[in-house]
Design a protein around this ligand. Structure first.
Ligand code: NAD
Ligand code: UD1
Length: 337
């Protein structure tokens, strides 16, 4: 069995990826400091797959503790590095916290990989590296722009750190995965997104409003230069996203060298209002909303050209939106119990 280390594996995308990896026959070692997650998600992974991932509660910024875990699992064939702080607003208020956590963590992972000769890394990047794109959809060739937040900057800089490190190390290969907007939960309802406090993102805000936890959803702006005036995003099912990590890893294990970069989206944009309506159609639940002013820093419209991942990784996001929204709603109901 091939062994994979996943940092941030107790989190939202990491736990779904742990399921996909275990179901694909990999042995999973999770490193997480539980700053934005709990071991309950790994119990959920175990209930879904029948196997509990190995777990080390370690902070990626603590190099000595990281070395100890990597030494113990130096037979790993790769690392998937999810561990990061991701609250955009908080990153504007506490930039050093974000630069330290996200970049020190990445540098420590790369240091340990080099010391223990682990050859393959998959990095969680984001569509935020494209800033406000002038041509849609965005391809991997679309020029990067300085991100609008310190969080986004940690992705732009993180990608550069990896490119430079691979260029200097013949034995190291990397895949940079630029996620668009991950939503939904595992269809079992056993794992999902667990936002801390009031959600910033649209999907958990919709499900919490549908559940009556929030009185009303505020829709940020209806005067954008888009077909219906609302912002447009590419919402990708988290289980499809998880499968892309397995495909990316296999691509490197099959011999891909150097740095590969892929957009991970559906290739289709939905407006905020289309998503609210699709949620009602999928679940039968109406979400009360009000239109308010635009949110500072929002990109009017962005969606992916994800055809490169289709051609090279043979990966497609094919879960119907209605199933994704139903899974998000099932998870919301389960997580209140
Ligand atoms: P999440 O917060 O659910 O998961 C991140 C995990 O990393 C958490 O379990 C947290 O406890 C852990 N972590 C954070 N800092 C750590 C550290 N220093 N040491 C060890 N563990 C640490 O977030 P997620 O949505 O699953 O995001 C995973 C990755 O994907 C992140 O890198 C994020 O920036 C990136 N990403 C997420 C989205 C999104 O919309 N969710 C979009 C684009 C990119
Ligand atoms: C945001 C971040 C991005 C990050 C991603 C995942 C910004 C500018 N971008 O992306 O860097 O990678 O989250 O964490 O913050 N909306 C509402 N009402 C709400 C919440 C959202 O109308 O209560 C709208 C937003 O205006 C946007 C869409 O829903 O048009 C999606 O918002 P969100 O889920 O926050 O994702 P992004 O803004 O795309």
């Amino acid at each position: 069995m091939q062994k994979i280390i996943i940092t941030g594996g107790a989190g939202y995308i990491g736990s779904h990826t742990a399921v996909a990896l275990q179901q694909a026959g990999f042995q999973v070692v999770v490193i997480d400091n539980l700053s934005n997650s709990s071991v309950l998600s790994l119990d959920g992974v175990a209930r879904i797959t029948g196997t509990h991932p190995l777990f080390a509660q370690v902070d990626c910024t603590d190099l000595e503790s990281m070395r100890a875990v990597f030494e113990q699992h130096s037979d790993s064939v790769g690392v998937i590095h999810f561990a990061a702080l991701k609250a955009v607003g908080e990153s504007v208020e506490q930039p050093l916290l974000y630069y330290r956590n996200n970049l020190d963590g990445l540098i420590n992972v790369l240091t340990c990989m080099s010391e223990f000769k682990i050859p393959n890394i998959v990095f969680s990047s984001s569509a935020t590296v494209y800033g406000v794109p002038s041509v849609l959809p965005v391809t991997e060739e679309t020029p990067l722009q300085p991100a609008t937040s310190p969080y986004g900057q940690t992705k732009v800089i993180g990608e550069s750190i990896i490119r430079d490190t691979v260029a200097a190390n013949a034995g190291l290969n990397a895949t940079l995965l630029r996620y668009f907007n991950p939503i939904g939960a595992h269809p079992s309802g056993l794992i999902g997104e667990r936002p801390n406090g009031v959600p910033n993102n649209l999907m958990p805000y919709i499900t919490q409003t549908a559940a009556g936890i929030r009185p009303i959803l505020r829709v940020f702006g209806n005067d954008y230069d888009t077909p219906d005036g609302y912002c447009v995003r590419d919402y990708i099912d988290v289980n499809d996203l998880a499968m892309a990590h397995v495909a990316a890893l296999r691509h490197m294990l099959d011999g891909a060298t150097g740095v590969s970069t892929f957009n991970l989206g559906t290739g289709r944009g939905y407006s905020v209002m289309e998503l609210i309506n699709a949620f009602r159609d999928a679940t039968g639940v109406d979400v009360p909303y009000e239109i308010v002013a635009r949110r500072a820093g929002d990109v009017p419209a962005i969606w992916a050209d994800a055809s490169l991942a289709g051609r090279v990784l043979n990966w497609h996001a094919d879960t119907p939106l209605s199933e994704t929204l139903s899974s998000a709603w099932l998870w919301q109901q389960n997580s209140e119990k």
